[in-house]
Design a protein around this ligand. Sequence first.
Ligand SMILES: Nc1ncnc2c1ncn2[C@@H]1O[C@H](COP(=O)(O)OP(=O)(O)OP(=O)(O)O)[C@@H](O)[C@H]1O
Length: 282
Amino acid sequence: MLVIEDLTRQYGDRRAVDGVSLRIEPGSFVGVIGRSGAGKSTLLRLINRLADPSSGRILHDGREVTALKGRHLREWRTRCAMIFQQFNLVGRLDVMTNVLMGRLSHVPSHRALLRLWSDEDRAMALAALESFDMGEFAGQRADGLSGGQQQRVAIARALVQEPQILLADEPVASLDPRNTRLVMDALAEVNRRYGITVLCNLHSLDLARAYCDRLVGLAAGRVVFEGGPFDLTEDVARRLYGLEAGEVLDDSAEREAEQRAALPGLPGIVPARPVREAALGA
Ligand SMILES: Nc1ncnc2c1ncn2[C@@H]1O[C@H](COP(=O)(O)OP(=O)(O)OP(=O)(O)O)[C@@H](O)[C@H]1O
C-alpha cells in the first residue's frame, strides 16, 4: 500500500501540491485528473522522489519513502518506474537496447557499461516488447518510430525494471486517438497482467473513466475529488475544470468502461504474475 500523508511542495509562494493525503491500493489503476497546473506532475515526481516534499510523508508498505537516501533511494526508483509525455528514449540507440536500459539497476555496473546483457535480460526485454506488439521493431533505431510506438517501448523499458508501481505522467498527451488507445491498452496490460499499480496523469476525463478503477481529482494542488469512475459526474467535472460538463465527458467513455469491465483478466480474477516469470515462461 502506498500512503501519502499531508504532502506539500512549495515553489516560492505557490503550493504545487498542498496537503495531499491518499491511500493507493496495490494493483489499482489510479487516474490523476485536473486542469493544467493543478499539481499532477509534481505529485508523481514527489512519489518517485524526483522532487522532495516541503512537508508531509510518503510510505510504501510501511517504509518511509521520503526518508530514503543513497542505495535505498535508487532501489525505490527502480521499484517505482516512471514514463513521461516525451517518452525519453535514446533516439540513436535501437529499441532493444533502450528496453535493456530498464535492467541497468539489476546488473553489475561493469556489465552494464559494456552492454554485456545476459540471455535472461534479453529474453525479458523481448517478451516485454512482444506483449505490446513491438517485438518486430527490436532492431530499429528508436527515433525512427512513431510517438505511440516510442511510448510502448518506454513502457516495456519500465516493465523490465520489475517495478511494483508505474507512474505515467501524461503518457498520451502528444498522441493521436489510435496511438492513445494502444498506449492506454499497454498500461492496462501492465496493470492487469502483472499486477503492477499504475498511477496515471490524464487530461482526458473520458480516458480516465474508461481505464482507471480509481480517480483522484486535483485543483490548485489539493485533492477535490476521490472516487470510482462512475462517481465522476458532470457536477464534479465542472468543479474540476470549470467547463460545461459536455465539453469534458461523453457517454462513449461510460459504454467503453462497461465493455472493458466485461473483459477477462480484471485485477483479482486472474492472478497477476511477476514480470520475470511471465516473460521467461517459468
Ligand atoms: N520546478 C518548479 N519550479 C517552480 N514552479 C513549479 C515547478 N514545478 C511545478 N511548478 C508549479 O507548480 C504548479 C503545478 O505544476 P504541475 O506541473 O505539477 O501541474 P500539472 O497539473 O502537472 O500541469 P500540466 O497538466 O500542465 O502538466 C504550477 O503552477 C507550476 O508552475
